[in-house]
Design a protein around this ligand. Structure first.
Ligand SMILES: [Zn+2]
Length: 158
């Protein structure tokens, strides 16, 4: 059977889960302003699995929904990664955590004017979102994200 990377749409109260799944490289539709009707319509239109803490979506049999059990963002991520067997499909840092766009390497001279002086002084490698133009670099936040990615890789064995 052909393995297709699952596409997800994430309910309004699960912003941290949405960002973390994007960090791992998954295609995530998320907005904190979606109504239930919009969530259902987008899930159906785009063939996405709806991740929610709300059990009420089960009454729409056409929608593939999955109930997130924990209130803790790390536990939420673990539940999704383990249930959908995502550890073999990780593509960390390929996708923008803010807008879901694809992130590409960018030359420092092309974005120099947008950097804070300390960032410009201490870092030389940068990536930019093709969609929202947000700039990423290997700062302290990167190390925290890398630690999370390493943790996720271990979950396939637990
Ligand atoms: Zn972006």
């Amino acid at each position: 059977m052909e393995t297709v990377k699952p596409l997800f749409i994430v309910d309004v109260h699960l912003g941290k889960l949405a960002r973390n799944l994007r960090l791992l490289g998954f295609d995530i539709v998320y907005s904190n302003a979606f109504t239930q009707a919009e969530l259902i319509a987008l899930a159906l239109e785009q063939n996405r699995i709806l991740l929610s803490r709300y059990t009420g979506f089960a009454k729409y049999p056409a929608v593939v929904s999955f109930i997130i059990q924990s209130e803790d963002p790390t536990e939420q991520l673990k539940q999704v990664v383990q249930h959908f067997h995502l550890t073999s499909k990780l593509n960390p840092f390929s996708r923008c955590m803010v807008c879901n766009g694809m992130v590409q390497s960018v030359q420092k001279e092309n974005i120099q004017g947008q950097l804070l002086s300390n960032t410009s002084k201490y870092y030389n490698e940068f990536w930019q979102c093709a969609t929202c133009k947000r700039i990423y670099w290997n700062g302290p936040h990167y190390n925290r994200m890398l630690a999370l990615v390493e943790k996720v890789k271990q979950w396939s064995y637990s």
